[in-house]
Each structure stands twice: as C-alpha cells, then as structure tokens.
Design a protein around this ligand. Structure first.
Ligand SMILES: [Zn+2]
Length: 94
C-alpha cells in the first residue's frame, strides 16, 4: 500500500519502506545592530512611511515569506542519499 509520495522524484513510497523527512527552515538572518549618532539624529519618518507603503501592497503571506518559510518534504531512500550528499544542488532543491 502506498503511504507517501517522494517529494523529490515523485515515486510512491510503500508502507514499510524507508522514508525520510527533510525539514527546511529559511529565515532572515539578523546581524547585531550598530546604531550610530548619525542614525539617532536622522529623521526616519519618511523612510518608515515608504516602508509602510511598500508593505501595504503585499499580503500577510507575502510579508511572512520574506522573513520565515518552513518546508517539510518526504523523501525515498534514493533521494535521501542524493539530498544529503549535496543539498544545495539544483536537482536537490527543485
Ligand atoms: Zn525520491
């Protein structure tokens, strides 16, 4: 009985066959802030207004995808082997 489909190659994974789950999180990296005196003296109101105007054109989902995305993929044995060997190859990130 087929219980899952490999998200990489599309082959069925039968009940009892080895199956792997790849969990991938992609999120915006936050570097430590360095605030200078110039930053504190700058009028940021117009920059904030421009940012808010940009945000208003995007949906909540689009805004979230810019910050954090999580994927869960089912992999068959062959795809697990290929994926862990080179996770960032174009074939592995389809
Ligand atoms: Zn596969």
């Amino acid at each position: 009985m087929i219980t899952h489909i490999c998200d990489r190659c599309g082959r069925p994974i039968e009940e009892g066959q080895l199956r792997y789950i790849a969990k991938i999180e992609v999120f915006a990296a936050a570097d430590p802030l360095e605030i200078t005196l110039e930053d504190l003296l700058r009028n940021t109101r117009s920059e904030m207004d421009a940012l808010l105007e940009q945000c208003e054109k995007l949906t909540e989902e689009e805004l979230m995808r810019d910050v954090y995305v999580k994927f869960n993929f089912d992999l068959c044995r062959a795809c697990q082997k290929a994926y862990v060997t080179d996770p960032l190859s174009p074939a592995s990130t389809r």
